[in-house]
Structures are given as structure tokens and as C-alpha cells.
Design a protein around this ligand. Structure first.
Ligand code: OSB
Ligand code: MG
Length: 369
């Protein structure tokens, strides 16, 4: 698979509903898309870096810079046999995992097309359908929050995740739990608490949460292990898991009992599969996280979620929850049972709408050998 050209594109897409987390509010996404051109095939990748370096130290502009000047030049003109071969080509560059993932995942998309198998099968997927949950931003108002939850429960989603932060937590959890005593419920603090909040966090055991996602520092697993000893509810790790060694260290330390895998956060499908495998070896379930992706990243998350140890509902949900009109055809839809069907067709199983991508593009750069 000779890489003839790599096209970087920034698209701007307004969210249907603003999304508030403990690190900030997102109303418009700026998304870096990667288009690979190879011997008549076109493959796609999405960089999940945000508009600001708040979730992680990457952001769209650093990802664009590093892709243009360091990463893409290491791939263009090369003959690459498989997606799995990409990490070693990019190894000299440290960090920048979201930028690397967008390129590597585009090569996997290409490989699936060339080999005429589904991306899910190529990754080692075994599931025909994936279980879907939703992540709901903070409304900073309990009646409004309950309305948002009601809508998603009615749509059939199998798990509701509530974003929280100090001052917007217990009272909100209590209100949701009182109205829905039996739903699968979790929360995500995006690192908003400290170990000195351990007693407060332990008091959430009464809300019977499936998990508490990344309560402490984004780069920590030592203090998460201290916290996990003091609470009954499982801690789920997100931000701090950068690779499969982190997953092993965290699980051996007891920093959590569940892992959220985001393919961008760990640097691409190869490492995401390695994290999946480490967790499986430790008897720890994983689920697929989301980063408010456009259709390109979303369909790649669906393929990844078909691996066997993705045994909890993920944050991969319908296109219409994010966009008035997505950039893929068909859009991602979720059944009344809260499931997405994993496509069986060769390649990614969804078309990328070039008309839509072009209409949303605000800058573009083509890199050739
Ligand atoms: O921590 O999981 C997170 C979105 C942006 C950054 C971080 C996170 C999230 C989400 C949204 O929770 C998941 C989604 O619906 O894509
Ligand atoms: Mg999270």
C-alpha cells in the first residue's frame, strides 16, 4: 500500500447541544481529518484532539503542526503493508498520540479496503452489535439535567454517564437515582477531585454507580489506588492510561477496576488492542470512550468496540446526538435496545460524504513525497 498523498483538513462543526465537563464548555468542534490517498484508494482518519489542551496536552493546532512537519513526512511515499506497521514508523516522535492515531487509523481503514474485509474483523472484532451508553454534559441545573437523562433513557441507551465536578455532584446523583432506581449509572469527573475528597467520593457508594471515571489527576495512578481502597464503587481510568504499560501498572497497583479505551488517547488501534488485551488478562472489562467525534472517528470506535473484552456499554452513540448532519452516509443510528450494528461490509462500512467535508473545511494541506 504505497502512500501517495496525505491531506490534512480542518473542519468546523457546531454541536447540537453544548457539552460541559469539569474542564470546560464545548459548543463548536474543530476537527482535524486525515485523508490518505493510496493507489486509487481513499482512506480516512480523525484526530480527536480538542480545541484546547484541557483533556490532554494535545490540541488541534499542535496535532496539525506535528502531523504536517513530523508525522505525515514519515509515511508519504512509503509502501506500508498494514496498520500495525505504522507505530514503528512514528516511534522517533515522542507523545502526540492523538495525532499519530489519526494517521495510523487511516492506514487500518486503507488495509481493510485493500484486503476486502470489514475494519471490525481486521481489528479482531467478534461482536455483531455493540452496547451503547451516553455521556451527558453538566447542565448546572438539576431539573434540566433530569430532562436530558429522561430523553436518553427513553431512547434506549443502556448506561447513563453524568459529568460532575465539586459542587455539582451528590445532589445531582441523588436526584437522578431517585427517579431511575435501576438504570446503569456512572459519573466522570475528568480529574476534578483530590485525594482529600476521598470521604466525599466514598459517600457516592449509596448511589450504586457502575463506576467513577478519572476522579483524580490526569497523570496519576498511585493516588487512584489509594482512593480505590477507600471506596466500594469501581474506579474507571480514562486520562491516565496512555498505553498498555500504563494499563498493566495501573491494574497491578489497583488504581481502578475498569478501563475506558480511547483510541486517540493511546495513539492508535495497535495500542488500543494492546490495552484491551492487558485488561482482559487481568479480568478487567473495558469500554470505548468518545471524544465528540464526527462520523469518521465514530465508525472507527464502533469497529474497535466489537472486540471481545468491550463488555460494558461505551460512549459511542448516535450521530444525531452531536450533529444536525454528519459527514458519513448512512449516519450512525442506535436501536431501541441501545445497540449499534457492526457493519460487515469491506472497509469501514460507511461512506465519507466528500460534499459535506468540503463544505465544512476551513483549511487544507496536501502532503506528498
Ligand atoms: O472524559 O470521556 C471523557 C468528551 C470530550 C473529552 C473527554 C470526554 C468526553 C466525553 C464525551 O465524555 C463522550 C462522547 O459522547 O463522545
Ligand atoms: Mg472520561
Amino acid at each position: 500500500m504505497k502512500i501517495d498523498a496525505i491531506v490534512l483538513r480542518e473542519i468546523k462543526m457546531p454541536l447540537v447541544h453544548p457539552f460541559r465537563t469539569s474542564f470546560g464548555l464545548t459548543t463548536d468542534r474543530r476537527i482535524l481529518l486525515i485523508e490518505l490517498q493510496s493507489e486509487g484508494f481513499t482512506a480516512w482518519g480523525e484526530c480527536v484532539a480538542g480545541e484546547h489542551p484541557f483533556f490532554s496536552d494535545e490540541m488541534i493546532d499542535t496535532a496539525w503542526f506535528i502531523t504536517e512537519h513530523e508525522l505525515a513526512p514519515r509515511l508519504v511515499g512509503k509502501d506500508i503493508a498494514a496498520g500495525r506497521d505504522v507505530p514503528s514508523l512514528l516511534l522517533q516522535v515522542r507523545g502526540h498520540r492523538m495525532a499519530k492515531a489519526a494517521l495510523e487509523n487511516a492506514v487500518w481503514d486503507l488495509e481493510a479496503q485493500v484486503k476486502q474485509i470489514s475494519l471490525a474483523k481486521l481489528l479482531g472484532g467478534t461482536r455483531e452489535k455493540i452496547a451503547c451508553g451516553v455521556s451527558i454534559g453538566m447542565e448546572m441545573d438539576i431539573p434540566k439535567q433530569l430532562d436530558r437523562v429522561a430523553k436518553e433513557v427513553a431512547a434506549g441507551y443502556q448506561r447513563i454517564k453524568l459529568k460532575c465536578q465539586p459542587g455539582y455532584d451528590s445532589e445531582m446523583f441523588a436526584a437522578v437515582r431517585e427517579r431511575w432506581p435501576d438504570i446503569l449509572l456512572s459519573c466522570d469527573a475528568n480529574s476534578a477531585y483530590k485525594l482529600s475528597d476521598a470521604d466525599h467520593i466514598a459517600s457516592w457508594d449509596q448511589y450504586k454507580l457502575l463506576m467513577i471515571e478519572q476522579p483524580l489527576w490526569y497523570d496519576d495512578f498511585y493516588f487512584h489506588a489509594q482512593l480505590q481502597k477507600r471506596i466500594h464503587t469501581a474506579i474507571c481510568l480514562d486520562e491516565c492510561i496512555r498505553n498498555s504499560r500504563d494499563a498493566q501498572a495501573a491494574l497491578e497497583l489497583g488504581s481502578g477496576r475498569i478501563i475506558n479505551i480511547k483510541v486517540g488517547r493511546v495513539g492508535g488501534f495497535t495500542e488500543a488492542i494492546a490495552v484491551h488485551d492487558v485488561a482482559q488478562k487481568h479480568g478487567v472489562p473495558v469500554w470505548c470512550g468518545g471524544m465528540l467525534e464526527s462520523g469518521v472517528g465514530r465508525v472507527q470506535n464502533i469497529a474497535l468496540s466489537s472486540l471481545p473484552n468491550f463488555s460494558l456499554p461505551g460512549d459511542v452513540s448516535a450521530s444525531a446526538r452531536y450533529w444536525t448532519e454528519d459527514i458519513i452516509e448512512p449516519e450512525v443510528t442506535v436501536s431501541r435496545e441501545g445497540e449499534i450494528v457492526v457493519p460487515l461490509a469491506a472497509g469501514r462500512g460507511y461512506e465519507v460524504r466528500r460534499d459535506r467535508v468540503e463544505a465544512l473545511t476551513v483549511r487544507q494541506q496536501r502532503i506528498t513525497a
